[in-house]
Design a protein around this ligand. Structure first.
Ligand code: PEP
Length: 260
């Protein structure tokens, strides 16, 4: 059975005091829930990784970063490398988020996503690889082809030996931060397709790799989405910024998987 994973992507939000109080509230709330039934991860901005790591030491919440650069060190002003992230105590790093592919600066292409994924693995981090179609691609019937293309390109020269070598997040671009989530059926169809393609690319390990859904998850829709057999958890943006909604999602996910 794949272990449930719920990750919060804080994006460029909160200040240090807000980050610390959110962590304290999450830790208090998680104490009320059954232990070790889900991996709960927070992904703060780079500058909060160290202070958040201190608060998380010895607790059940794990740490992730939102991005990395593909080189380990050198003259790359403003970038942060995998080994630097690993040094903070982070275990995960988000790679190829749609905001980095479509919105920010020079926009990451599939080759850059592949380089970053490999750098994450080399640093001992688990990459959370984001893939997903735009609204135009969905409306023109290209969703599954886009997912195949993005997954195949991201995994060039990548070896998967252990389930933790990769997490995939299916994040339809039209669902991120819009309030319009994919239906549970749309999510399940995409996840089954991604798992089949992962099997083609990497073999039977595909059955053990977790595939998260991301895009406007809230406590009210999390149960139905997480109840799908191939949805192994969620990557949560906006709703991860408030303890009540993030904990509500964790609770709904545990209930949907029959783990509480
Ligand atoms: C995300 O940032 O990965 C995300 C899914 O955002 P939101 O939950 O706000 O749609």
């Amino acid at each position: 059975m794949r272990h449930l994973l719920v990750a919060g992507n804080w994006k460029m939000n909160l200040n240090l005091a807000g980050a610390e109080s959110l962590i304290r509230e999450l830790l208090a709330g998680l104490r009320e829930l059954p232990h070790n039934r889900a991996d709960v991860v927070v992904c703060p901005p780079f500058v909060y990784l160290f202070p958040v790591a201190q608060l998380l030491r010895g607790t059940s919440i794990q740490l992730g970063a939102q991005n990395l650069y593909f080189e380990a060190q050198g003259a790359f002003t403003g970038e942060v490398s995998g080994p630097m992230i690993a040094e903070t105590g982070a275990k995960y790093v988000i790679v190829g988020h749609s905001e980095r592919r479509h919105t920010i600066g020079h926009r990451e292409d599939d080759r850059m996503v592949n380089l970053k994924l490999r750098a994450a693995q080399q640093a001992g981090l688990t990459p959370i690889l984001c893939v997903g179609e735009t609204l135009a691609e969905r409306q023109s019937g290209q969703t599954l082809d886009v997912l195949t293309f993005q997954l195949t390109a991201a995994l060039v020269n990548v070896k998967l030996d252990r389930p933790d070598d990769l997490v995939i997040a299916y994040e339809p671009v039209w669902a991120i931060g819009t309030g319009h989530n994919a239906t549970p059926q749309q999510a399940q169809e995409a996840h089954v397709h991604l798992r089949r393609e992962l099997n083609r690319l990497a073999g039977p390990i595909a059955e053990s790799v977790r595939i998260l859904y991301g895009g406007s998850i809230k406590p009210e829709n999390a149960g139905e989405l997480m109840g799908q057999p191939d949805v192994d958890g969620g990557l949560v943006g906006g709703a991860s910024l408030k303890a009540a909604s993030f904990l509500g999602i964790v609770r709904a996910a545990l209930a949907a998987k029959g783990r509480c």
